[in-house]
Write a protein that binds this ligand. Structure first.
Ligand code: OSB
Ligand code: MG
Length: 369
C-alpha cells in the first residue's frame, strides 16, 4: 500500500454534559483525527490525547508534534506491506502511545478497506454485538447520581461505573448499591488514592463491586499488588498499563485481576490484541475502556471489543451520551438489551460526515509526498 497523503485534524467537541473525575471537570473534548490516503482508499483514526496532561502525559499538542515530526515522515510516500511494517518503521519512538495509536488506527481502516473486510474481522473478532456500560462522572449529590443511573439503566446499559475521589466515595457507593441491588456496578478512582487508604478499600468489599479501577498511582503497579492481596474485589488497572510488558508485570505480581484495554493508552490495536491474547491465556478477563471518543475512535473500540476475551461490558456508550452531533454516520446507538452492533461494512464501518468534521476542526494540516 502506497501511503500518498496524511491529514491531521485537531478537533474540539462540546460534551452534552460536563464530565467530572478525580482529575477535574471536562466540558469539551479535544482529540486528533488522522486521515491516511493511499491507492484510492481512505483510512480514519482518532488519537485520544486530550487538551490537558492529566489522564496521561500526552496532549493534543505533543501528539501532533510526534505525528508530524516522527511518525508521519516514517511512512509517507512509502510502500508498506501491512500494519506491522508501519509499526516497525517508527519503533525507535519511545512512549507517545496515543500519537501512535491514532496513526495505527487509520492504517487499520485503510488496509481493511483495501481488503474489503470489516475492522472486527481483520482483528479476529468473534461477536456480532458487544455488551456495553456507561461511565458516570462525579455528581454533586446522591439524588442526582441516582437519577442519572436510573435513566441509563432505562436505556438498557448493562453496567454502571461511577467515578470516585476522596470525599465522593463510600457514601455514594453505599447509596447506589442500596437503590440498585442487582446491577453490575464498578468504580473508577483515576489514581486518586494511596496505600494509606487501605481501610476505605476494604470497606468497599461489602458492596459487591464488579471491580475497582485504578485506585492507586498511575505508574505504580507494585503498590496495587499490596492492595489487591487485602481485597476480595478485583482491582482493574487502567492508567498503569501501557504495554504487554506492563500487563505481564501486573498479572505476575497479582496487582490486578482484570485489565482495561484502551487502544490509545497502549499504542494501538496491535498491542491491544497482544494484551488480549495474553490475558486470555491467563484467564484474566478484559474490557474496553473509553476516552470520550468521537464515532471514529468508537468504531475501533467496538471492533476491538468483539474479540472473545472482552468478557465485561465496555465503556462504549451511544454517540448521544457524549455529543449532540457525532462526526460519523450513522451514529452509534445502544440496543434495548444493552448492546452495540458490531459493524460488518469494510473498515470502521461508518461514514465520516465532512460537514460536522469541518465544524469541529480547530486546526488542520496536510502532509503529501
Ligand atoms: O479513566 O476510564 C477513564 C474518560 C477520559 C479519561 C479517562 C477515563 C474516561 C472514562 C470515560 O471513564 C469512558 C467513556 O469514554 O465512556
Ligand atoms: Mg479509568
Amino acid at each position: 500500500m502506497k501511503i500518498e497523503k496524511v491529514e491531521l485534524h485537531h478537533i474540539r467537541m462540546e460534551l452534552v454534559s460536563p464530565f467530572t473525575t478525580s482529575m477535574g471537570t471536562e466540558y469539551d473534548e479535544e482529540h486528533i483525527i488522522v486521515r491516511v490516503d493511499g491507492e484510492g482508499f481512505t483510512g480514519w483514526g482518532e488519537s485520544v490525547a486530550e487538551g490537558t496532561p492529566f489522564y496521561s502525559y500526552e496532549t493534543v499538542i505533543t501528539a501532533w508534534h510526534i505525528l508530524q515530526d516522527f511518525l508521519i515522515p516514517s511512512i509517507l510516500g512509502k510502500n508498506i506491506s501491512g500494519i506491522d511494517e508501519a509499526i516497525s518503521s517508527y519503533e525507535k519512538v519511545r512512549g507517545h502511545m496515543m500519537a501512535k495509536a491514532g496513526l495505527e488506527a487509520a492504517l487499520w481502516d485503510l488496509f481493511a478497506k483495501s481488503q474489503n473486510i470489516s475492522l472486527s474481522k481483520m482483528m479476529g473478532g468473534t461477536k456480532n454485538k458487544i455488551d456495553v456500560g456507561v461511565s458516570i462522572g462525579i455528581q454533586n449529590s446522591i439524588p442526582e447520581l441516582i437519577k442519572k443511573i436510573e435513566s441509563y439503566l432505562a436505556e438498557g446499559y448493562k453496567r454502571i461505573k461511577i467515578k470516585i475521589a476522596p470525599g465522593y466515595d463510600i457514601q455514594f457507593i453505599r447509596a447506589v448499591r442500596k437503590e440498585f441491588q442487582d446491577i453490575l456496578f464498578q468504580v473508577d478512582a483515576n489514581s486518586a488514592y494511596e496505600l494509606k487508604h487501605i481501610d476505605l478499600f476494604k470497606h468497599m468489599d461489602d458492596y459487591n463491586l464488579l471491580l475497582i479501577e485504578q485506585p492507586l498511582g498511575y505508574e505504580n503497579i507494585y503498590d496495587h499488588s499490596k492492595l489487591q492481596r487485602e481485597l476480595k474485589t478485583p482491582i482493574c488497572l487502567d492508567e498503569s498499563i501501557h504495554s504487554l510488558d506492563d500487563t505481564r508485570a501486573a498479572i505476575e505480581l497479582d496487582s490486578c485481576r482484570v485489565i482495561n484495554i484502551k487502544p490509545g493508552r497502549v499504542g494501538g490495536f496491535t498491542e491491544s490484541k497482544l494484551i488480549h491474547d495474553y490475558c486470555q491465556s491467563k484467564n484474566i478477563p478484559v474490557w474496553c475502556g473509553g476516552m470520550l471518543e468521537s464515532g471514529i475512535g468508537r468504531a475501533g473500540n467496538v471492533a476491538l471489543a468483539s474479540l472473545p476475551n472482552f468478557k465485561l461490558p465496555g465503556d462504549i456508550s451511544a454517540s448521544k451520551r457524549y455529543y449532540k452531533e457525532d462526526i460519523v454516520e450513522p451514529e452509534f446507538i445502544v440496543n434495548k438489551d444493552g448492546t452495540i452492533n458490531v459493524l460488518t461494512e469494510p473498515g470502521i464501518g461508518v461514514k465520516v460526515n465532512m460537514r460536522v468534521l469541518d465544524k469541529v476542526t480547530v486546526k488542520k494540516k496536510e502532509f503529501t509526498m
